[in-house]
Write a protein that binds this ligand. Structure first.
Ligand code: NAG
Length: 169
């Protein structure tokens, strides 16, 4: 099963059913890719668009494998190689550890005339886009997860207490 299939089913099945026409798959909105309903293998499990040396971002996302990331990883990493004219020559996406994500940023290779940008992100299928400059070749983490479990517990208990109080009053 491919992530692409989820996108296709989610985005185009209604049209297909209603009109009976096959809709061109050229304009897939990869943001519509929904996590499947199969059970998560472990807490906080996630998926990344995963491809090895695709010709561009479209072809990477389109044929990306639908597989859970290993428990040892926490992030999605993207490596984008492109020419001086901004044309992609290679896109690689995978699940990654925090250590691998230390190498985010862009580097220009003068000999080949290519630039390589690396980005990392946190969250379910977060690596839709490819990094193209120093603004987006960054390590983007979810700030909500930065708060400790302790403070989240406090908030939850506070909410619970106020709900009980309202119920009793
Ligand atoms: C970086 O790339 C993004 C997307 O291509 C673009 O919107 C943005 O303006 C670029 N930023 C710089 C500083 O070039």
């Amino acid at each position: 099963m491919l992530l692409f299939c989820h996108a296709l089913v989610g985005a185009f099945l209604p049209f297909f059913v209603l009109s009976g026409n096959w809709v061109s798959a050229k304009n897939i909105n990869f943001y519509n890719v929904r996590p499947p309903v199969d059970p998560t293998p472990f807490p906080n499990s996630f998926k990344c668009f995963t491809c090895d040396n695709a010709v561009d971002n479209y072809n990477c996302n389109r044929w990306a494998e639908d597989r859970w990331c290993p428990e040892s990883t926490q992030y999605c990493l993207t490596v984008h190689l492109f020419t001086d004219h901004g044309k992609s020559t290679s896109v690689t996406k995978k699940c990654a550890t925090g250590e691998e994500c230390h190498f985010v940023g862009c580097h220009h290779h003068r000999e080949s005339g290519h630039t390589e940008c690396v980005s990392c992100c946190e969250g379910m299928i977060c690596n839709v886009e490819i990094p193209t400059n120093h603004t987006n070749a960054v390590f983007a983490v979810l700030h909500a997860r930065r708060t400790s479990d302790g403070s989240r517990w406090t908030v939850n208990i506070a909410v619970l207490v106020s709900v009980v109080m309202i119920a009793l009053s």
